[in-house]
Design a binder for this molecule. Structure first.
Ligand code: FES
Length: 343
């Protein structure tokens, strides 16, 4: 073997290969297609890249691995690895450089691409006062004697029954108003935002409205899909923040914006696309899973899928329109980047 190279084997993935001596274990893992968390971008400050250097001769792999086959321990590692673990061969992957053959074990918590987020929503007491509320109204149909226009008619009904005044209406809702009123035979459910703006009209009596509370973190994004009428968290979906590819922390993102002409737009577009994907995922979860239909012998053509509902489970079958409100929480940098403001 070339003496400038060493064999590195990663466990549990079993990936192995020769890498140039002198590169660190994170770099080696990239060369060999192993994903290890390196949140701080190898700056030795996050402690996410902990791996274990195995000691001994491994007949099965034909190598002798030793803690002495990686570069010396550095002070920075002390913050993340206590003496007991150090003794066992634990190191920061971004510190330990390959100097000879090594077998490396990547613990579960250091594996990138593991379960992305486990930010389950906690139950805390909050008063039920959603921005979007539902109001059911029954109106009289217009006549030649009383030909008031639809919008004025619905406003009158909402003022009479609920005391709502000076309402405006969203243009998208306005487009659906005439049909909804007639389809519902003048009985409709109106979604009103902050008791100020009509945002949706549904024929008949609707019982539920849904919304999303989204936490855009620098690393992970979690969306809590909530029933606004019962305050129940129906589902939680999450993903890595797609901006991670530009750098793992806030400073790296800001630097990317400062050094790349269209950097801000790219990051903004990415998070918007990511949020749309999360919404799609949350909605898809309200339908039964699908399974492929088995083809008959000799039959070709495209695969067909049918719904395979889980027994006893009810599915809400919601669409984009059913999400009536979204609240997004984020730090200042994430906020600016999302909105395309100079961070
Ligand atoms: S990558 Fe952050 S400490 Fe190693």
């Amino acid at each position: 073997m070339d003496s400038d190279k060493a064999v590195v084997i990663f466990q549990p993935s079993g990936r192995r290969g020769e890498v140039p001596k002198g590169i660190n274990l994170i770099e080696a893992s990239r060369l060999l297609g192993v994903d290890i968390e390196a949140l701080c971008g190898e700056k030795k400050v996050c402690g996410k890249c902990i791996v274990r250097v195995e000691e001994g001769h491994f007949e099965k792999y034909g190598i002798t691995s030793s803690m002495s086959h990686v570069s010396e321990w550095l002070e920075e590692e002390e913050k993340f690895i206590n003496p007991e673990r150090r003794e066992k061969g634990f190191r920061l992957g971004c510190v330990a450089k390959v100097q000879g053959d090594v077998l490396i074990f990547v613990p579960e918590e250091s594996r990138a691409g593991k379960q992305v987020v486990s930010k389950a929503a906690r139950d805390i007491h909050i008063d039920h006062d959603p921005a979007v509320k539902l109001y059911y109204v029954q109106l009289d149909a217009p006549t030649f004697e009383e030909p008031t226009a639809d919008f004025e008619r619905i406003c009158r009904g909402l003022e009479r029954d609920y005391g709502l005044r000076n309402l405006t209406i969203d243009i998208v809702a306005l487009r659906t108003l005439p049909v909804a009123l007639r389809e519902g035979d003048w009985k409709v459910t109106v979604s009103v935002w902050n008791d100020r703006e009509i945002i949706r009209i549904r024929p008949g009596k609707a019982e539920h409205a849904y919304g999303l509370a989204i936490d855009v973190g620098t690393t992970t994004v979690a969306a809590y899909f909530c029933d606004l009428t019962t305050m129940e968290v129906v589902d939680t979906v999450s993903m890595m923040n797609p901006q991670c590819k530009y750098g793992e922390d806030v400073m790296a993102r800001i630097t990317f914006h400062m050094t790349t002409p269209d950097g801000l737009k790219r990051m903004s577009d990415d998070i918007i696309e990511g949020l749309n994907d999360l919404i799609k995922q949350a909605l898809a979860n309200t339908y039964p899973p699908k399974k492929k239909v088995k083809k008959k012998k000799g039959e070709d053509g495209p695969d067909e899928f049918v719904e395979a509902p889980v027994e006893g489970k009810t599915y809400l079958r919601l669409t984009n329109e059913d999400i009536e409100d979204i609240t997004i929480g984020l730090n200042t940098a994430m906020h600016h980047i999302l909105l395309g403001l100079n961070p």
